[in-house]
Every structure is written in C-alpha cells, then in structure tokens.
Design a binder for this molecule. Structure first.
Ligand code: ADP
Ligand code: MG
Ligand code: ZN
Length: 479
C-alpha cells in the first residue's frame, strides 16, 4: 500500500523564550551572549533556602499571547514541579504549569495550500528554561552554562489538527509571526528562542482512530521541520507496511543525515512525578488585568494583511510581503501618508527597497532618508521629472548617502525635459532634417520609428520625457 493510502496526523509543541529583561523567578538578566554563568544568582543556580519571585511581565506576555490566540484565560492557574535529573538543571526540577495552565482552548487561523484552516491550541503555560550543557568547549569534559536557567518560556501546545509537513510549517510560521508581532518573542529558530517538538502519527485513510504518535525533538529550522516530519511519516508507513507496529517513543532528528533516530522508548520514558510547587502560591488574574492587556494588543498579521488590501487597494501578494514584519508595514504606512499612489509605492517597496536592504544591509528603522524624501522621489518619477530608471539610481544614492532626491537629480543632471514646447521644437527639427525618411515612413516603412525616437533623444541628450517624445512624434508622423 503506498504512502498515499495513509493520513498523517501532526501536533506541535512550541517553546518560545519570552523577551523579558529579567528571568522568570529572579532578577538576573536574560541577555543572550553573556560570558558563561555570568547571569546567575542563588535562585537560578538552585541553591538551598532561596525563594522564587514571579516576574509580572511573564504573566502579562502569557495573557497577551493567550488573548491573541483566542484562549480562555484562567482566573486561577497553578505552578508545578516537573522532576528530572540532568546536569543543566541544578534544582533537579523545572517549575512549570501542569494541570491548571494559564491559557486554554485557543485557535490559530492559518492560510494553507488548500485555503484557510483553523488549528486548535490546546493550552499555553509558563515555565522556566533549563541551562545548557556545552560539549565542544573542551576535549576532556563537558561544561555547564546556567545563563539560560530560569529564562521564561511559553509552551504552546497545539491539537493534532495538522495533516502534512507543509501544514505544520505553515502553522509554525503563522504562530511565530503572531508572537513576534506581539513583541513577546524574537522568533529565532536557529538560535533556539523559538523551538518546536513535533508529534507525528499515521493512520489508514478513512480510519477514525489516530495512530500511535512519536515525538520528534531537535528540530531547529523550518526546513528541518518539513524534512523531519516527512522522513518520520515515511518511516512509520514502512513499519506498518512490513507488518510492524509503531512504538511510542521520542526520536531525535539528525539534520546531517536527514533521518530521525530513537532517543528513548516508552519503557525509558521520564516519570516526572509532577507535584504542586510549594514556594509559589496559585496565580490569580483579575478581569481588570485581562481587559488591560486586551487593550494593549497590536493589530495581528492576518488582520493587517486584510486591512492593507482594503485600505490601500493592494493585491494579497503585496500585502503579505509588506505585513510580514511589523516595522516594514509601519514604514509603508508612514510613507503612504505622503504618497498616495499606493500600488506604485508598494512596487518600490517590493522592488528597490527590499533589494537594497538585502544587498547592502540595514533595516527600515535605520534608513538615512526621511519618509518625505522617499515620497518626493516617487513624485519626481510620477511627474516625469526623471525617468523610472534614473529614479532607481537616485534611490540607491539616497539609500547610501541620505542626500535629498532633488539635490541628487540636480547634481547628476538627471532631470528630464517635460516641456512640450521644447520637445516639439526638437521633434520638428529632426523630422525636417530627415524629410526623405519621413516620406518613406508615411508610405509604410514603419520600422524607422525607432530611428526618429533615437534622433530626438540624441538631440536632447537622453533627457526628453519618453512619453511626451512618443506622443509628439506619433502626432507629427500622422499616426
Ligand atoms: P501528553 O499529555 O502525553 O503530552 P497530549 O495528548 O497532550 O500528550 O499531546 C501532546 C502533543 O501531541 C500535542 O501537541 C498533540 O497535538 C499531539 N498529539 C496527540 N496525539 C497525537 C497523535 N495521535 N498524532 C500526532 N500528534 C498527536
Ligand atoms: Mg507533552
Ligand atoms: Zn538568577
């Protein structure tokens, strides 16, 4: 039976590091890249006799995320200890939320190949991150860096509503966009601040009960999410096809080989023995607090795309690119205040601006020219003061130097002649000088039209407004 007789089922668990300045239960900095173990204190080192104090910002970010995903915010949620032993976990347990998380029953609407799909979000809870074991700093020993111990995380648990690796990637990207828009996470998968475990199972098409799920870990890019899930689907189908049974296990993805490998089986599964955290009281959230956070929610990516399409009359393609990142969308709106041909503006964003940012570096928040100068440049092209090509040169120069577009146009002598009288005089002169050619043209030798344009442009040193040159030539040639 081929792969196509099976239906994959996927549910993702995402861990997102929160962009707070300090850790979840102590005042240590969460700054990335500090010297090993510099950002630590007795609390996050797990020394005896210390007490955790909850960072209020973490709760705010959890509520923010829950509201953005349409969750119920629980008025009371509870902290638990998840017990396990590992060198990067000095306390011997992780403080997390277990049976009473802060958010439940949400959804995320995602644009997928087959259209819009609503993926349910089962729960969101807060927890602390563990430290990091460093195996490659020394040949003879492994080291432990506890800077990350106690960094706040949100775990966002999705329902098994995804049906292919591509859907899983679409969901993850949409979720990342929401978190980044909310300002709670930097969305960086490669650096591990946005991490994903994928649960994968397969069932025969038409079956009603899901198959045995396998959990995949160590996936740190969108490309690997797709590869790991696709490999795992094919592996499970193979197992079933050859008469075997898929085991309940945790598998690690190996990005070098593109395969998943067993890490631990059901027998070796951790028994965390969760129990209530005695050092932290249950967390109570008031309606007032929830309303306050709700009021501070920004416009989310999908809503922004829809608004860009209606307000600026842009195609979905443009709107999606412009809204992919909040600063780019904000910048578009800032320039749009001064330049009303929005489609033309969007073309410059998608073409020249994004190209220059990619090739020469920088971001829209560090541009050297102002929104008004940007608009003035586009105005000069629109009015025909300069040609579209000259406009690109001027824009490049503005990008590199921050000089005023008018100054660059004057300096480089790029201004086009759009004075009808001046162009007409040149056209008349060219046609008079080439009377014989004009006769032939009128008799049907239409291919010499380019010759006349060339002569006029040459006489005008390339600065004649092409639209006007064409218009006048056609008129005089009787076309
Ligand atoms: P547990 O409580 O053992 O962690 P859950 O049922 O809560 O397991 O699910 C954990 C994750 O596994 C969720 O993201 C969920 O969507 C996913 N999941 C559950 N069952 C399946 C399945 N049969 N196939 C794929 N993913 C699944
Ligand atoms: Mg789990
Ligand atoms: Zn600390």
């Amino acid at each position: 039976m081929p792969l196509s007789d099976f239906q994959p089922v996927i549910g993702l668990e995402v861990h997102a590091q929160l962009l707070t300045n300090t850790k979840i239960f102590c005042g240590c900095s969460t700054e990335f890249g500090a010297a090993p173990n510099q950002n630590t204190c007795p609390v996050c080192l797990g020394l005896p006799g210390v007490l955790p104090v909850l960072n209020a910002r973490v709760v705010e970010y959890a509520i923010r995320t829950g509201l953005a995903l349409g969750c119920t915010i629980n008025k009371t949620s509870v902290w638990s200890r998840k017990n396990y032993f590992y060198p990067d976990l000095p306390k011997g347990y992780q403080i997390t939320q277990f049976d009473q998380p802060i958010c439940e029953h949400g959804t995320l609407t995602v644009d997928m190949a087959e259209g819009e799909k609503v993926i349910r979000v089962r729960r969101i809870h807060m927890e602390e991150d563990a430290g990091k074991s460093v195996h490659d700093a020394s040949a003879s020993e492994s080291l432990v860096d506890l800077n990350r111990a106690g960094v706040p995380l949100l775990e966002i648990v999705g329902d098994p509503d995804l049906r292919s690796a591509d859907e899983a990637v679409d969901y993850l990207k949409a979720l990342r966009d929401v978190l980044v828009y909310l300002g709670v996470n930097d969305g960086n998968m490669e650096e591990g601040s946005f991490r994903c475990d994928a649960n994968v199972s397969v069932m025969r098409k038409g079956a009603t009960a899901y198959g045995q799920r396998v959990e995949l870990k160590n996936i740190n890019s969108f490309r690997f999410v797709k590869q790991a899930i696709e490999y795992e689907i094919a592996r499970q189908v193979d197992v079933i096809e050859s008469g075997g049974k898929v085991d309940q296990e945790t598998r690690l993805y190996d990005p070098n080989k593109g395969v998943t490998r067993s890490m631990r089986s059901k027998e070796e599964a951790h028994d965390y023995r969760y129990f209530p955290e005695p050092d932290l009281p249950p967390l109570h959230v008031t309606n007032e607090r929830i309303d306050e956070v709700a009021k501070s929610l920004p416009e989310l990516p999908r809503a922004k795309v829809t608004r860009f399409m209606s307000q600026y009359g842009l195609p979905a393609y443009d709107a999606k690119i412009l809204c992919a990142e909040r600063p780019l969308a904000d910048y578009f709106e800032a320039v749009a205040q001064h330049f009303k041909d929005y489609k033309r503006l969007s073309n410059w964003f998608l073409g020249e601006l994004l190209r220059l940012l990619k090739d020469e570096g920088g971001t829209v928040t560090t541009l050297r020219f102002s929104t008004v100068q940007f608009a003035n440049l586009l105005g000069a092209v629109e009015k025909g003061t300069i040609s579209a090509n000259a406009g690109k040169d001027v824009f490049g120069e503005m990008f590199r130097t921050g000089k005023d577009p008018e100054a660059i146009i004057a300096e480089k002598g790029l201004a086009q002649v759009s004075d009808v009288g001046a162009i007409e005089a040149v056209v008349d002169e060219v046609l008079a000088k080439n009377a014989a050619e004009v006769e032939k043209y009128k008799a049907g030798k239409k291919q010499s039209y380019g010759f006349f344009v060339g002569q006029v442009m040459k006489a005008m040193k390339g600065k004649g407004n092409p639209a006007l040159v064409n218009e006048l030539l056609k008129k005089k040639l009787g076309d």
